[in-house]
Design a protein around this ligand. Structure first.
Ligand SMILES: *Cc1c(COP(=O)(O)O)cnc(C)c1O
Length: 339
């Protein structure tokens, strides 16, 4: 295994040995190609560079106590990437080809999968690009699918700690019937200004309101939002939220714990009634929220009065991580073991 200080790793880029590439030309996908260069050689008039024909995914591989490498719900990432392709008129990559690419890239970079004890993981980043020289606004004739990996450290270095988020009504991440439901780079570019304002004021993220009426909760920067009240797990439903695979998994685990899962429009004022609130996504699994500051209305919603994560967040977090690392049984077929 590589000799890195695994538990001190952040969420940055570290070079690994190989990446996988695959091209769509003349109406069909080619073979998976193994590549050791980190550089893409693409035409300056490619549509991904000008008109945002780009989508990506993010998932992780974990090394268990038994030494085996597990990838979490990659079929869901494959399906979501297809939905992103449909959303911005790119070629759809077959699910089997996506899964084969993931298995291959993890296996080839096996020495970069962090050891179990470190709490770190191998981050897997698939991306899809529109290629071909074109200046008119229309879908590209050719596409390139790339997957690379990089080891990332544990998200919570100082323990599982809640943070503060803020509401900034002046900014939207996505339009009401725009590209919010698909995982495209353009949504991220659109969120950078608000994200930087939030960070400069000491917040971990922006909690976006629905872009149409500004009445309901949407999502939290690059993560979904959920709240807990009594025996309910409550998560917003809207036309501009990216369907998080982590959220979907947590909803299942919450139901298994006997909680009622509510996926519906959540009015902003309802956060005053929440016992717990959190962001969720692949990076952190769950990042609990201690306080939500509505900066336009000068109003604060304090959720974790003692500054500690609530019991439901705590249980769900440990439960999902235990499944990912193979410490608990995989009852739903969420895990692929890389052999
Ligand atoms: C990727 C992403 C998430 C989290 O999705 P997971 O599948 O749980 O990692 C949430 N919101 C946005 C906007 C995202 O891009």
């Amino acid at each position: 295994m590589e000799n890195l200080n695994w538990s001190e790793l952040g969420f940055g880029y570290i070079r690994t040995d190989y990446n996988i590439r695959c091209y769509y030309r003349n109406g069909k996908w080619g073979e998976l190609e193994v590549c050791s260069s980190e550089i893409l050689n693409i035409h300056m008039a490619a549509t991904c560079l000008h008109y945002g024909q780009e989508s990506f995914e993010g998932l992780k591989a974990f090394r268990g106590k038994d030494g085996k490498i597990r990838v979490f719900r990659m079929d869901e990432n494959a399906k979501r990437m297809q939905s992103s392709s449909r959303g911005i008129k790119m070629a759809e990559l077959p699910i089997e080809l996506f899964e084969e690419a993931i298995r291959k890239v993890v296996k080839l970079n096996e020495r970069f999968v962090p050891p179990y004890e470190s709490g770190a993981a191998l981050y897997i980043r698939p991306l899809m690009l529109g290629l071909g020289a074109q200046v008119g606004v229309k879908p590209a004739p050719e596409y390139m699918f790339v997957v690379f990996v990089t080891p990332v450290g544990p998200y919570f270095k100082g323990g599982f700690q809640p943070s503060k988020v803020c509401i900034l009504r002046e900014y939207d991440r996505a339009a009401p019937n725009g590209t919010g439901t698909i995982k495209v780079g353009g949504n991220y570019a659109a969120s950078l200004v608000a994200g930087e304002i939030a960070h400069s004021k000491g917040y971990a993220a922006v909690l976006y309101l629905d872009p149409k009426e500004k009445k309901y909760l949407d999502e939290c920067g690059p993560a979904n939002f959920f709240g807990v009240r009594g025996n309910s797990y409550i998560t917003p439903k809207s036309h501009s939220i990216l369907p998080s695979i982590t959220n979907k998994s947590l909803q299942q685990l919450a139901a298994d714990m006997g909680l009622t899962v509510e996926c519906r429009p959540v009015p902003l004022e309802e956060i005053a009634t929440f016992d717990e609130a959190a962001e969720c996504g692949t990076a952190a699994v769950i990042a609990p929220i201690s306080q939500i500051d509505d900066l336009d209305e000068n109003k604060s919603y304090v959720i974790a009065k003692d500054g500690k994560p609530g019991p439901v967040c705590e249980t769900l977090y440990h439960k999902l991580r235990a499944i990912q690392y193979g410490d608990e049984p995989d009852n739903y077929g969420w895990i692929t073991i890389i052999e």
